[in-house]
Ligand binder design. Structure first.
Ligand code: UDP
Length: 372
């Protein structure tokens, strides 16, 4: 059986890697990897293939950046051609980026069985383009693999049939566990000149935070103040760097004395940096889960999250872009002892195995394909 997986952006590589590892253990599954090229520079793409032990993509669609419509449309056109040429018994899409939605629309219209991994996450914030991708991808998927009970219940509320929903846990956590040993050997601490437990790490890239001068200035002001209390490491997402330059704020950021600006990091280097951080500030979805699993206090620079379990049971606090709140919560975290890693149901490193088992169980051995 040919399982065609669509990946395009950094978080996709993190999510597909454990699924790839679980699938190729089974003879009879041919895992065919399609890279859409949504993220294309080395630091956002190539390094993840090496770090995560992913094979080189079978096909590269090379779509590059663009507006949402042009990027989604280009992936659709090229992915449709690829699937028609190479064939697919199943298409797997992960997460919530434009490539996820484009792959889902193509597969569903070609009537190829479609699996969505990380189904059911909802921030209920349509200002996030990812939220629109999530809702639409879930609506057309045949197999919806959810990371949490809340995600499953979100799908039920949208009228999705129960027997299409599989609660399997969070594949991001699979990666974290699988890579712990390799990440521990990273030399990034030395390279950046930071010691374990003596710095905070920051990741920001959501359009709502980085597209306007106002929000970027609010972030820089908060960082300036926070840098008086703790050393900061900021691996800059290319989008954030572009927006800082466009708004003439890159030099203001670089001028903060106790803040190290770095390139976006590979998976192992970033895992080392996160594991050994005193605190993380982020607007990333994945980092909220990873920090809770590692027991690193996390301040999320958003007003809502699709990962409420990390707030209820983990280390996550939603602080938005309110400078006073950021400093107050950061001080609280910096003065307290390190929290325990969160114990969250199905965060056991086996979500991907459950996904592959569930798919194999739905194979239709008489007619080939799947029972839908
Ligand atoms: N990450 C990374 N290098 C970095 C920053 C993040 O490897 O410099 C990883 C992080 O550990 C997480 C994933 O990238 O697994 C999150 O990606 P991103 O924040 O781009 O997407 P989101 O999770 O918000 O969809």
């Amino acid at each position: 059986m040919r399982w065609v997986a669509v990946v395009g952006a950094r978080p996709n590589f993190m999510k597909i890697a454990p699924i790839y590892r679980a699938a190729v253990k089974h003879e009879g599954i041919e895992f065919f990897l399609v890279h859409t090229g949504q993220h294309y520079d080395g630091g956002m793409s190539d390094v993840f293939f090496d770090d995560l032990g992913l094979p080189q993509p079978d096909i590269h669609l090379g779509v590059g950046s663009g507006t949402h419509a042009s990027q989604t449309g280009r992936v659709m056109v090229k992915f449709e051609e690829a699937v028609q040429e190479h064939g697919a018994d199943l298409v797997i899409v992960v997460g919530d980026v434009n490539s996820t939605l484009a792959g889902a629309l193509v597969a569903s219209k070609l009537r190829i069985p479609l699996a969505h991994v990380e189904a059911g996450f909802r921030s209920y914030d349509r200002d996030m383009p990812e939220e629109i991708n999530r809702v639409l991808t879930d609506a057309v998927s045949d197999f919806l693999f959810t990371p949490s009970e809340e995600a499953s219940s979100n799908l039920l509320k949208e009228g999705i049939e129960k027997d299409r929903i599989f609660l399997v846990g969070d594949v991001m956590i699979d990666n974290l566990f699988a890579n712990a040993g390799k990440a521990a050997r990273s030399g990034i601490g030395k390279e950046l000149g930071v010691e374990k437990g003596e710095y905070a790490v920051l990741t920001v890239h959501r359009p709502a935070n980085v597209d306007s001068h106002e929000t970027l200035s609010a972030i820089i002001d908060a960082l300036r103040e926070l840098s008086c209390r703790v050393r900061l490491v900021f691996p800059l997402h290319p989008r954030t760097e572009k927006m800082l330059s466009r708004h003439g704020l890159l030099e203001d950021l670089r001028a903060i004395r106790n803040l190290i600006v770095s390139r976006p990091l590979g998976a192992m280097d970033f895992q080392w940096l996160l594991t050994n951080a005193r605190l993380v500030l982020t607007d990333s979805g994945g980092v909220q889960a990873e920090s809770s699993a590692l027991g690193v206090p996390c301040l999320t620079l958003r007003d809502r999250t699709e990962r409420n379990e990390t707030v209820k049971l983990g280390t996550n606090v939603l602080v938005g872009l309110d400078g006073d709140r950021i400093i107050m919560e950061a001080e609280k975290a910096l003065s307290g002892s390190r929290p325990e890693p969160a114990r969250i149901s199905l965060w056991d490193g086996k979500a991907s195995e459950r996904i592959v088992e569930a798919l194999l169980a739905r194979r239709d051995s008489d007619r080939g394909g799947f029972r839908l």
